[in-house]
Ligand binder design. Structure first.
Ligand code: B12
Ligand code: SF4
Length: 627
């Protein structure tokens, strides 16, 4: 067997954040910063885009990542799912591996988040098989929050803290063939087989210049909404009880306004020069709160305005008395116009327990000032958490009534992100949540207080989605119908499918007045003799019927000759096509039932459609079992 040949390394380290991604700014400020530090300290480093088409991640992987985000799924189960996914989608994993390994670097360093941890560990194992000599370093928010369970054979090192001071000595020790020396570094786990030989460790000096973003522009150029991250301050000055920020970033690291403004300028100007025909790029300021230190925020805006940067920026901010009309006007002039804040609750008692800055009256006044100053230039999104363990129905309604007022602030084009309370043992104010039972991570916890039942919390979330439908844009961290499928008991799933069809499915497009008459259809071809049916029609109708032949919104149509089941909306448009073949456990498919292998042809489908498909197939499985 000839060893595979690799080109001479183009650099020493390859750094990446792997999919799935649920947001743009997929690249992550952490890896951009670490690549800068490595390059500045003489360790040539390549940042990569892990897939040409970031949306090519199949739905089963995306769904399993959402389950990891919202539920307390054991690591072994998650890894088994990803191993199966790797077998089913070899092209996806081959592309990620090729992009990571094609440069021939000796160290692969990966940033892990709750959403990509499972796929990243699977990729690490595949790197081990393909290039066992390559050293693997893991770091990032999830490596900090759940360090112990990530210490395993898939990595040579796991960094459970900031990578700033660690990455240079660690990568250098690995490239020099002495990974064990990393044992002497702070918050760094080294695989047991690597022993410390006591030799010297390289030192890291902080970078002296702003990040060179020109090299990063091509990475995001294929995106429909290109965004690049930068960060002014790492960490957060607040201590909201449900958040894990302080664990991930124990101290606030204050950055330089001049450096940050220069980085924003480089991104915006570099983009306009390199891609003059494309719409503007957005710079994401990845600070927890960009106005945590109010005078520093004023300085940043002033510097951007004075330099005439004209960049389009998004940022998280805190909304309380510090938000004045002058502040909003300056932010708008500086281009920081997409702002997100954590409202969380409209009830002052709950806000106080959560340690949110400001009262609800102060937040409301600040938003009114922002609305007046915005002149339609500033867009504000905000997060809402329903179901704090002892949140009463009346307190929940205080939040709803606050949202009703915010919905009218047209100058801010507001949108909400509503979430049932996610718990984690690592929350910095976990004690304030009281004694809870059930899974300690995610949305399924139980308690004896007013909001202790996941079903009730789910209804509060669905209540907001339904109440504001068509009035205020409301999203959820995991699509509402998927989250509700996990939070409601199984005997409510039929209801959920109907609720979803009614509340979530996109409305049929309005017929355009100017649209030309559709061309006449060609004459029908001579009829061919019908194909023999793959499955008896009666069987398909019995198993796939929706209960009623036609519900308000959905219709199922079967074509037994081709083994096809179509799901149509009320207007007869196809929402989804299922292709059925006789069950064969050796062939890959979307799902298997007792009789069928079910394949979803075509590109990826929306989570809503997939949730409906799963409900339908759950019912088929039950009906098959009953036969
Ligand atoms: C800005 C931000 C975002 C932005 C930009 C994200 C991005 N891709 O950069 C957006 C809005 C898109 C976002 C989305 C999400 N976010 Co967010 N986000 C933040 C925030 C506010 C700042 C993150 C940041 O850039 N910090 C500055 C950079 C420099 O830090 P960093 O990336 O963590 O990197 C440092 C270390 O982690 C480490 N490191 C990082 N990577 C690596 C790799 C190696 C090899 C090494 C050695 C070290 C290392 O070293 C870096 C410093 O040197 C934090 C909370 C906070 N208060 O700071 C939450 C936070 C990171 N987000 C969080 C979450 C949960 C999410 C989402 C999953 C939310 C969701 N419901 O979908 C998504 C997933 C994003 C994705 N990767 O697809 C959690 C992370 C929890 C976890 N265990 O994963 C945090 C901590 C908030 C919280 N407390 O819940 N987020
Ligand atoms: S929720 Fe936001 S403001 Fe509150 S501590 Fe976490 S990062 Fe800071």
């Amino acid at each position: 067997v000839t060893a595979p040949r690799y080109p001479d390394p183009v650099s020493s380290v390859v750094l990446a954040t792997l999919p799935p991604f649920f947001h743009y700014t997929w690249l992550g400020a952490g890896v951009v910063r670490l690549a800068h530090i490595l390059n500045d300290n003489g360790v040539p480093t390549r940042l990569i885009r892990p897939l040409a088409d970031l949306n090519a991640v199949p739905e089963d992987i995306r769904l399993s990542s959402l389950a990891t985000l919202a539920l307390d799924v054991p690591l072994a189960t998650r890894m088994a799912r990803l191993a199966e996914a790797a077998a089913q989608h070899p092209a996806l994993f081959a592309e990620i591996l090729d992009r990571l390994l094609s440069g021939g670097e000796g160290v692969v360093a990966l940033s892990i988040w709750r959403t990509n941890v499972d796929l990243t560990l699977q990729v690490c194992q595949m790197i081990r098989q393909r290039r066992p000599e390559v050293r693997i370093i893991l770091g990032g928010p999830e490596a900090i929050e759940r360090k112990a369970i990530l210490h395993g054979p898939w990595a040579d090192a796991v960094v459970s803290g900031s990578g700033d001071d660690v990455i240079v000595p660690l990568a250098t020790a690995m490239l020099d063939g002495h990974p064990g020396r990393g044992r002497r570094l702070a918050h760094t786990w080294i695989a047991p087989e690597h022993l410390d030989d006591g030799g010297p460790l390289a030192k890291s000096t902080p970078p002296t210049s702003p990040i060179d973003y020109a090299a990063l522009l091509p990475l995001v150029a294929p995106d429909t909404q290109p965004r690049l991250p930068t960060v002014l301050n790492v960490g957060c000055v607040f201590r909201c009880a449900f958040c894990t920020n302080q664990l991930v970033y124990p101290e606030t690291g204050w950055g330089s306004v001049e450096t940050c403004a220069e980085e924003i300028r480089r991104i915006a100007h570099g983009w306009r020069q390199a891609y003059p025909d494309r719409p503007d790029i957005t710079v994401e300021l990845c600070d927890a709160t960009i106005n945590g230190w109010p005078s520093q925020f004023t300085d940043l805006c002033t510097t951007l305005i004075t330099a005439g940067t004209q960049a389009q920026c998004s940022a998280n901010w805190v909304v309380d008395p510090r938000v004045t009309e002058a502040v909003v006007e300056r932010a708008a002039e500086a281009g920081i116009t997409q702002l997100f804040f954590g409202l969380e609750s409209g009830c002052d008692r709950i806000r106080k327990v959560m340690k949110k800055p400001g009262t609800s009256a102060q937040v409301w006044s600040a938003l009114q000032r922002a609305d007046r100053a915005s002149g339609g230039r500033v867009h504000v999104g905000f997060g809402v958490i329903v179901g704090w363990p002892d949140e009463t129905e009346a307190e929940y309604h205080q939040t709803v009534s606050m949202l009703e007022r915010i919905a009218g602030l047209d100058g801010l084009s507001p949108n909400a992100n509503v979430s049932p309370l996610f718990t984690t043992d690592n929350a910095q104010g976990r004690a304030a949540m009281g004694d809870l039972e059930g899974p300690s991570y995610g949305v399924l916890w139980r308690g004896s207080d007013a909001a202790g039942d996941p079903e009730l919390r789910c209804r509060r979330m669905m209540g907001i989605v339904e109440h504001f439908g068509g009035v205020l844009r409301v999203d959820c961290p995991v699509p509402v119908e998927i989250l509700a499928g996990w939070m409601l008991p199984p005997d409510r799933h039929d209801f959920l499918a109907r609720w979803t069809a009614h509340n979530i499915l996109p409305p049929p497009p309005e017929p355009s007045e100017s649209s030309p008459e559709p061309p006449l259809p060609p004459p029908p071809p001579e009829p061919l003799p019908p194909d023999p049916p793959i499955f008896p029609e009666a069987l398909l109708v019995r198993l796939f019927s929706l209960g009623r032949q036609r519900s308000d919104r959905l219709l199922v149509s079967v074509t037994p000759q081709r083994g096809e089941v179509q799901i149509l909306d009320g207007a007869g448009r196809e929402l989804l096509l299922l292709l059925l073949t006789p069950r064969d456990d050796a062939r890959p498919c979307y799902r298997r039932t007792a009789n069928f292998n079910v394949v979803l042809p075509g590109q990826s489908h929306s989570p809503t459609i997939l949730a409906l498909t799963d409900r339908l197939l759950d019912r088929v499985v039950t009906r098959e079992a009953a036969q």
